[in-house]
Write a protein that binds this ligand. Structure first.
Ligand code: FMN
Length: 186
C-alpha cells in the first residue's frame, strides 16, 4: 500500500477486543505521534496510558461525572457508564498541558495535541490495531481531570479507545476535494 493509499484508508474502529498493543508497539506508535507539528516546540501535551485494572478505576471516574450531573443516577446507568471504560483493552488519554505563553495562544497548543491524537490513530492503524477517538461530558469535567492527576488548566483532547479490531469496520462516506475547496483568486 502506498503512503497516500494508507492515509486515504484511515478510519475509526469502534468494536475492539484484546490484545492491546504491547509495549514495543506502543513505543513506536507514541514516538511516531510525537512528530506532530508544534509551534515553539512547547511539547505541551501528555498521553496517559490506561490499561488492565486501571480501566475500572477510570470507569469509576466516569460514573462520578455522571453522578455530579444527576445525583439520582440509578445503578443501571452507572453500570452502563462504567462499562464504557471496558470497551477496549487500552485507553490513551491525550492531554494538552496548555500553558500561558506570550506568543503561542492556547488554541495552537490544543491543536498540536489534536495532531498528536490523529498521529496516534494513524500509527495504531499502521501497526494493525484499531482505535476510536471519543470525548463526551467526562472530557470537560474538573473531577475527571483531578481524578486523572491533571491540572485544571490542562485540556483533555480525547480518549482514544485502542485494541484489536473485533469485526470489519464499515467505512462511511467521505468528502472529496471538490466538497471542501474553493480556489481563492484574490
Ligand atoms: C475531538 C473529537 C471528539 C469526538 N468525540 C466522539 C464521541 O464522543 N463519540 C463518538 O461516537 N465519536 C466521537 N468522535 C468521532 C469519532 O472519533 C470518529 O471520527 C467518527 O465516528 C467517524 O469515524 P471515522 O474516524 O472513521 O471518520 C470524535 C472525534 C473528534 C475529532
Amino acid at each position: 500500500m502506498t503512503p497516500i493509499d494508507f492515509l486515504s484508508s484511515r478510519m475509526s474502529v469502534s468494536k475492539l477486543m484484546s490484545p492491546a498493543p504491547n509495549d514495543a508497539v506502543l513505543e513506536r506508535v507514541i514516538n511516531a505521534a510525537c512528530r506532530a507539528p508544534d509551534h515553539g516546540a512547547l511539547r505541551a501535551w501528555r498521553i496517559l496510558i490506561v490499561r488492565g485494572d486501571a480501566r475500572s478505576a477510570f470507569g469509576d471516574l466516569m460514573v462520578n461525572v455522571e453522578r455530579e450531573k444527576d445525583p439520582n443516577l440509578d445503578e443501571g446507568r452507572a453500570s452502563a457508564t462504567k462499562q464504557k471504560a471496558l470497551r477496549a483493552p487500552m485507553i490513551l488519554v491525550v492531554v494538552s498541558t496548555t500553558k500561558a505563553h506570550g506568543k503561542i495562544p492556547a488554541i495552537e497548543q490544543v491543536l498540536t495535541a489534536g495532531c498528536v491524537a490523529h498521529g496516534l490513530l494513524l500509527a495504531l492503524q499502521a501497526e494493525g490495531f484499531g482505535a476510536v477517538w471519543k470525548t463526551g461530558g467526562a472530557t470537560y469535567a474538573e473531577s475527571m481531570k483531578a481524578g486523572l492527576g491533571l491540572a485544571s488548566t490542562d485540556d483533555i483532547v480525547g480518549f482514544l479507545y485502542v485494541g484489536t479490531p473485533a469485526a470489519p469496520q464499515q467505512d462511511s462516506p467521505r468528502p472529496k476535494m471538490s466538497d471542501v475547496t474553493t480556489e481563492w483568486t484574490g
